[in-house]
Design a protein around this ligand. Structure first.
Ligand SMILES: [Fe+2]
Length: 171
């Protein structure tokens, strides 16, 4: 299994616009696509809708057009990204807690995520798997695991409509 390290690294931001501007103005990064809090409302997936608390749905509806994630690409490397999370809850509804901000995870790409998942188990790392492979909002297959230190690792198998490859067509 060939792992492409590193596909992206993720940070939680107190001020998404300011942080995005920093990476764009200072390091020449450019936005590839954004996800919105409204994307988390599972309109087309009633089974997931049923699992969400009504107050969570209401909260997401209020934030529908607020950006949740921005993907920035490096000027000299179109295959690697910085993933900035807008921690809108943290700075609107909750008191400031430094542990909410900064580094959250890194991510790499594999060509066959099911095979990668099996390989983790075969190599005795099954206990480190947090979320099994499944479809993700950005047009990919995604799974999560962590290392013995608790460092979170996201794994993508890019799909035929991957936002990371083709950008986002619908907004
Ligand atoms: Fe990520």
């Amino acid at each position: 299994m060939i792992v492409t390290a590193n596909a992206h690294i993720g940070f939680n931001c107190k001020d998404l616009d300011r942080t995005q501007k920093f990476y764009e103005d200072v390091l020449d990064c450019r936005e590839k696509f954004s996800l919105y809090y409204g994307d988390l409302i599972p309109e087309e997936h009633p089974e997931r809708w049923a699992q969400m608390k009504p107050e969570e749905v209401e909260r997401l509806k209020k934030l529908k057009d607020v950006r949740w994630i921005v993907y920035l690409e490096w000027p000299g490397d179109k295959d690697r990204f910085i993933e900035l999370f807008n921690e809108v809850d943290a700075h609107v509804d909750n008191p400031y807690r430094p542990e909410h901000y900064g580094y959250t995870h890194f991510s790499f790409v594999v060509d066959d995520i099911q095979a990668f998942h099996r390989q983790l188990i075969e190599r005795g790392a099954g206990e480190y798997i947090d979320i099994k492979p499944g479809p993700s909002l950005d047009g990919n297959w995604t799974m999560w695991f962590h290392d013995p230190e608790g460092i979170r690792i996201e794994v993508h198998q890019y799909g035929p409509e991957s936002y990371q490859i083709y950008g986002r067509k619908d907004r």
